[in-house]
Design a protein. Structure first.
Length: 302
């Protein structure tokens, strides 16, 4: 199983959205903190990304920046220009810019968007992302990411029949390409990155994600990893940050939460898919993890 895709699906909720923004210098936008994750792509021109903490980042044509943790930030044509506050709506979506016809060519053309996130179930792999992931445009680098950006820009510039569905799919694809590009080229080999780089631990994680309903034991997971029980348990706990069966329980409950949000399955089926022999045992474990019963959780997230 693809642990990176699972890490994203565990916390992604709702529909992503984006808009194209034509900017005429001088311009500046301050985005307030929000529960979601945001991204900006510079299609033309240049800008400064000013994070809540740390040094400003110069971004140029083709650059992609991803802000995984929803902290406030600003985007501007210069470091000394006034900033217009952009506030998310009641649904946590950033509003599209009002039409402001201007003559001449825009100084910058941007794609700005966000993803709704369930911060209560942030996967460790995603929580270790830096505040700002900056992927500069480089010849021959991140070709799949560049293709997704180009397609998204075309759909937003000239909407056609079916664009709503295409844009939503492209935004989901863009998120995975951003994370893959960071994973392959820009990450530091620590924490969960080290866990997925370790063949033994990665094999156990794939087994857990591939079949969370199986009544795994530490011995069986160690066998998947090619290690003895004791050696596997030590290595897994050191790299992942918790023992194997504790992570298995966490992932089962995370999967159950996603199924309750997205599927109309009876609780009995969800219990079976997450490794519980009875609906009662599942409901008890779920309430211990989330603080509410499964049915109440489903109604709250509807």
């Amino acid at each position: 199983m693809d642990v990176l895709s699972d890490a994203v699906s565990a916390m992604r909720t709702g529909r992503p959205h984006s808009s194209r923004r034509d900017k005429y210098a001088p311009w500046g936008m301050r985005f307030e903190a929000s529960p979601g994750a945001g991204f900006h792509v510079v299609l033309r021109g240049s800008a400064w990304l000013i994070p809540a903490e740390g040094e400003p980042v110069a971004v140029g044509p083709g650059d992609v920046v991803f802000l995984a943790h929803g902290r406030g930030h600003a985007l501007a044509s210069g470091l000394d220009v006034p900033l217009e506050h952009v506030r998310p709506g009641s649904d946590n979506r950033w509003p599209a810019p009002p039409p402001t016809p201007r003559e001449g060519t825009p100084d910058a053309v941007l794609l700005c968007g966000s993803y709704e996130m369930d911060r209560s179930r942030t996967h460790r792999l995603v929580s270790e992302l830096p505040d700002v992931v900056h992927l500069p445009a480089q010849v021959g680098a991140h070709r799949s990411l560049r293709a997704a950006v180009e397609l998204l820009g075309m759909e937003l510039e000239e909407p056609q029949p079916g664009s709503d569905a295409i844009v939503t799919s492209l935004l989901d694809t863009l998120l995975l390409y951003i994370l893959r590009a960071w994973w392959q080229h820009d990450r530091k080999i620590t924490g969960w990155s080290a866990a997925l780089d370790d063949p033994a631990v990665a094999a156990a994680l794939r087994a857990i994600h591939g079949d969370p309903a199986r009544p795994w034991t530490v011995e069986e997971l160690g066998a998947e990893s090619g290690l003895s029980r004791a050696a596997f348990a030590r290595r897994f706990t050191t790299l992942v940050g918790e023992p194997p069966l504790a992570y298995l329980t966490w992932w089962r409950m995370t999967t159950a939460g996603r199924l309750l949000r997205e599927e109309d399955l009876p609780l009995r089926r969800i219990a079976q898919q997450t490794g519980y022999t009875s609906e009662f045992a599942f409901a008890k474990a779920f309430k211990r993890e989330f603080g509410v019963a499964p049915g109440q959780y489903r109604r709250q997230r509807a």
